[in-house]
Design a protein around this ligand. Structure first.
Ligand code: NAP
Length: 488
């Protein structure tokens, strides 16, 4: 029997992401036949009421799963609810008897997904351990945020490790579940022509942007205590950096890959306070318009104090101190209420040493590889080619890898992929404790410098690409963000 227990089963994340992902896996025949799903939270709900909520979540957020009414009924038959307050040890007795024979069957396994606030992780894991529920094959998935700084992340990791082995802990970063992130591994390590170019000799800079059009939605209170640096840079952006910049692992096993990723995170150049002021930009959005619709300022969002200093935008010129990347800037950027929604990695190659085509052509933008994760997935290699017609006039032509056309396989959303990996015990796309620690250690000096600098927060108009200072961060080095680049 495989048991999936969702703590926080009545919460926002459960409703929007986890339950739809689980249902999609079920509809596509990816769950074991002897599977049960138990939702858990403090609210007193009957199984029937919980099933009604699950139905609602599926009807609203799992349209792409295309399940039939019979499949929905079959999924609901596997679904039940357990009222549990994480801080009430006796509540776990009922869970234990519901899980039943776990630990007695040789092939029994259980996955506990903690979609609850981080303050509840340890009470839950402690009770699971005391009730004998995390022995054998049991695994625990923990959601971000894992800590607020290096110290608190270390404390959470140590506490988790006092009840669980490291290989039972699945720290989720849903960016790692995106098809294109894994494709990046394939692109880099299954093709021969890129590797010789993938270094400081041929690469001018790397740009990674995750831009959102949404504001803080219903999570203003949470966001204001977190900010973009903790919410996006510490996890998603640094995970993408580590995959772009890692050395070839000895094989594709989870620890071989994670061994190489952590080396990149450790090699990130840690900023002095002076470097923080020169190499980072933080901003907060004012009222503006997104997609032609007026939107309010961050400080007027529900749950946000009117005098908030939280950053909703970050841009950083990061550097990796090693032989492959020494001197190559990694420009990282993320923000809310940006001009468009996109997640993109651009590898800008060095310019040609000399142009034989004369001045009439203007400066040539060098070759670039653009890996788009969102809204659509694609890889484009921009080359120069001659425009048809008389004389030689050069223009950019993209060699396009269109995955939707190239493969008829079903697209698997990141939460579904990661859930299935956790159910199958594959840790490759989950973050190891040392990766988490190294990421926080790089973030800490930036956070501390910002705390001591009351002037540094810039404002930007909602619906723009962030504060002007973010453009200057690149312009002073003679370059520009992708959308700003004007070919003369
Ligand atoms: P939420 O909507 O506030 O849901 C919290 C869930 O935890 C509810 O089901 C709540 O139900 C349950 N809960 C709270 N205290 C509990 C306790 N003492 N014992 C047992 N259950 C308890 O929060 P959320 O947005 O789903 O976020 C959950 C976690 O995922 C957070 O760590 C968040 O940072 C992370 N996360 C969320 C998102 C997102 O988009 N929502 C994205 C990434 C990460 P009861 O109140 O009935 O107990």
């Amino acid at each position: 029997m495989t048991t999936f227990v969702l703590f926080g089963g009545t919460g926002d994340l459960a409703k929007r992401k986890i339950i739809p992902a689980l249902y999609s896996a079920f509809v596509n025949g990816r769950l074991a036949t002897d599977f049960q799903f138990i939702g858990a939270a403090r609210e007193a709900l009957s199984d029937e009421v919980f099933r009604a909520r699950v139905t609602n979540a599926i009807e609203t957020y799992a349209k792409l799963a295309n399940g039939t009414p019979e499949q929905l009924a079959a999924f609901l038959a596997l679904t039940s609810y357990s009222k549990i307050d994480a801080r009430a040890p006796a509540d776990f007795d009922a869970l234990k008897s519901r899980i039943g024979t776990i630990g007695n069957e040789s092939n029994a396994s259980s996955l506990f997904y903690l979609a609850v606030g981080p303050d509840i992780f340890i009470p839950v894991v402690e009770q699971l351990s005391k009730h004998g529920l995390v022995e054998g094959n049991a695994r625990v998935v923990v959601e971000k945020p894992l800590g607020r700084d290096a110290k608190s992340a270390k404390e959470i990791n140590q506490a988790l490790r006092s009840y669980l082995r490291e290989n039972q802990i699945y720290r989720i970063d849903h960016y790692l579940g995106k098809e294109m992130v894994q494709n990046l591994l394939a692109l880099r390590f299954a093709n021969s022509f890129l590797e010789p170019l993938w270094n400081r000799k041929w690469i001018q800079d790397v740009q990674i942007s995750i831009a959102e059009q949404v504001g803080v939605e219903t999570r203003g209170d949470f966001y204001d205590k977190t900010g973009a640096l903790r919410d996006m840079v510490q996890n998603h952006l640094l995970q993408l950096v580590s995959i772009v910049a890692m050395e070839p692992p000895v094989n594709a096993n989870p620890d071989a890959i994670r061994d190489e990723k952590v080396k990149v995170l450790r090699a990130l150049h840690k900023f002095t306070p002076d470097e923080v002021s020169k190499k980072t930009v933080r901003g907060q959005y004012r009222a503006g318009a997104v997609d032609g619709k007026p939107v309010i300022s961050y400080q007027n969002e529900a749950g946000v104090p009117p005098s908030s200093r939280a950053e909703t935008f970050v841009a950083i010129r990061a550097e990796i101190d090693n032989w492959r990347w020494g001197g190559v800037p990694f420009y990282l950027r993320t923000g809310k209420r940006m001009a468009s929604r996109c997640a993109e990695i651009t590898i800008n190659f060095k310019p040609i040493p000399y142009s034989i085509f004369g001045k009439g052509q203007g400066p040539l933008r060098s070759n670039r590889l653009v890996i788009t994760l969102q809204p659509e997935e694609s890889v484009q290699l921009f080359m120069k080619a001659k425009e048809p017609g008389e004389g030689i006039r050069l223009s950019d032509v993209a060699l396009n890898l269109d995955f939707a056309e190239a493969s008829s396989s079903r697209r698997v959303e990141s939460y579904e992929r990661l859930l299935l990996d956790a159910l199958h015990g594959d840790l490759t796309l989950f973050v190891r404790d040392d990766e988490l620690g190294a990421a926080w250690e790089w973030i800490d000096p930036i956070m501390h410098a910002w705390e001591n600098d009351s002037e540094g927060l810039k404002s930007y108009i909602a619906g723009s690409w962030g504060p002007a200072a973010a453009s200057y961060l690149l312009a002073q080095h003679g370059t520009a963000w992708g959308e700003e680049y004007v070919e003369s």
